[in-house]
Design a protein around this ligand. Sequence first.
Ligand SMILES: O=C[C@H](O)COP(=O)(O)O
Ligand SMILES: CC(=O)C(=O)O
Length: 217
Amino acid sequence: MNTVSSNRSRELDRLLTFGKLVPVITIERAEHAVPLARALVSGGLRLLEITLRTAAGADSASRIIAEVPEAIVGIGTVLTRDDLKRAVDLGAKYALSPGATPTLLEAAARGELPFIPGIATSSELMVGLSFGFDTFKFFPAVPAGGIPALKALGGPFPQVKFCPTGGISEDNARDWLALPNVVAIGGSWLAPEGDLNAGNWSALTERAKRALARIGQ
Ligand SMILES: O=C[C@H](O)COP(=O)(O)O
Ligand SMILES: CC(=O)C(=O)O
């Protein structure tokens, strides 16, 4: 069985020093990608998760990587080995998944790209740990039990770091980040569909600044 190299774990740790808030971004129109990334970066958010949920997702990530060098682009909604390969081919710095199938974990452990698998239960976490991963998405964070659930997982798994996403908002961001096992949090609230469709880039910048202020950064 392939397991994650310690170099790759360190690289993920290094990337996660660039921010505690990760906007989860779903882009319908690739021409939105660059202005939206610039707006978030100018609001102080450098770690971006561009999902593969739309036809425009991959092209959008590619444009941001080419034109917004301050952005640290991760590819989200990685569900298959092909999605993972696409993230590598696009030149992403890391990839994330809502889940953790053995096939995906095996491919990710063999490759070089820092990867954050998603888990919602102890058993899923234990499978991920067996492949050498040490940082996981907790998804869907609020419906899967919220802060009490992640506190409880910290009991048997004190060494594991989490990036919860799913149901997190500006109002509870600080509470999540106060948990010792949370290294970053993600959410679509930092790049809402309404602002994207309206091209309201200044609202994204202002929201990012406000969210960072509310978590004391
Ligand atoms: O990680 C991706 C999630 O869909 C984000 O959840 P959210 O829309 O509740 O922030
Ligand atoms: C939900 C999630 O984790 C993702 O789309 O990557």
